[in-house]
Design a protein around this ligand. Sequence first.
Ligand code: NIG
Ligand code: FE
Length: 413
Amino acid sequence: MTQLFINIKELVQVRDTSVKKVSGKEMNILPTIKNAFLLIKNESIADFGLMDKIPEFTVDKTIDCSGKMIFPTWCDSHTHIVFAGNREQEFVDRINGLSYEEIANNGGGILNSAKKLQVTSEEDLYNQSAKRLEEVILLGTGAIEIKSGYGLTVEAELKMLRVIKKLKENYDIPIKASFLGAHAIPKEFKNDKEGYINLIIDEMLPKIKKENLADFIDVFCEVGYFSVDDTNRILSSAKQYNLIPKVHVNQFNTIGGIEASTKQNALSVDHLEVLNDEDIEHLKTSETMPVALPTCSFFLGIPYTPARKIIENNLALALATDYNPGSTPSGNMNFVISTACIKMKMTPEEAINAATINGAFAMNLSDKVGSITKGKLANFFISKEIPSYNFIPYSFGHNQIQTIYIKGKKASN
Ligand code: NIG
Ligand code: FE
């Protein structure tokens, strides 16, 4: 089926196939075509250009987009949307004065989610997660990474990863799975962290490989969780199974996780709320994508990733939600973009680049999504009538999306 979208007020993020990511000053350039057309053939983008120069096409359907803009769908490269239940009580506890760390030390936090997930059936977990996935697709997300890490036993980690695999099979958006067994130290291993790491390496990793359940390996490299040495050990072991590192680093402390991750050729390092000059120097030596999660900072009231410092050092930056029950119970990329502009002083151009082309890079999906490019998937959305793309971050908390297309098909609830 061939569909032609005409009279597009502005077609946003048009790129040549050779552009895989944008860094530094380039992040402030967002290529667009005003008064454009877009041609879709089956699942893919076939052509686009100026309305004035539109060739004669034979098409099955023509859609008039007068007054509306078209954007590639958001690429959310960091989520934990497979979880059981919620943690709204911890939210209230924090309002009443407890810190995220105190809650975790009292048995809340990740261990609380693990307890719930372990007693939830795979079917129930799938249904809860599919609902979240459908919700974020309708908020404009057209490619997503999902982590395990709320299982923390062999059985429960595999259950999470099987749920992600089923989501991959049943939904049209590209989904990547990260194995995050090293998310927290389970209660049973409280005094035997080595024992848990051995379980990850000796039992979980081979089983995950056998069922082909993961694309990436992740570790929560943080004080009280996994050290740099632990991280190195886990990433090195995962290498033999071809799992590429994407690592949680520098959320609360800078302990050398960035240096370790870049040396292990990580695809991305995520969080970076605290970042020192040495960390920046290590990032400069690598192709690793820094990923900021501003709605996590918003929800926990912790510092925001220093986006200006990263960009001014000529580095790239991606934006993602971190959707999870503890630190970010929201999967709204539109709000992520607003928060990045308002709190991190990113320009709308930088934020949109970070949420599309750079997000795609952080999932190894540059050839499929992240821009309006011939041959890429027809994953895009038509906006409501808006004055400019600045209106997306400006009108924070509102949804400016009218229609979403995934692989050329309308997504709806
Ligand atoms: O990315 N930082 C580690 N993991 C999650 C939060 C985990 C939780 O509180 O459930 C994050 O913020
Ligand atoms: Fe996370």
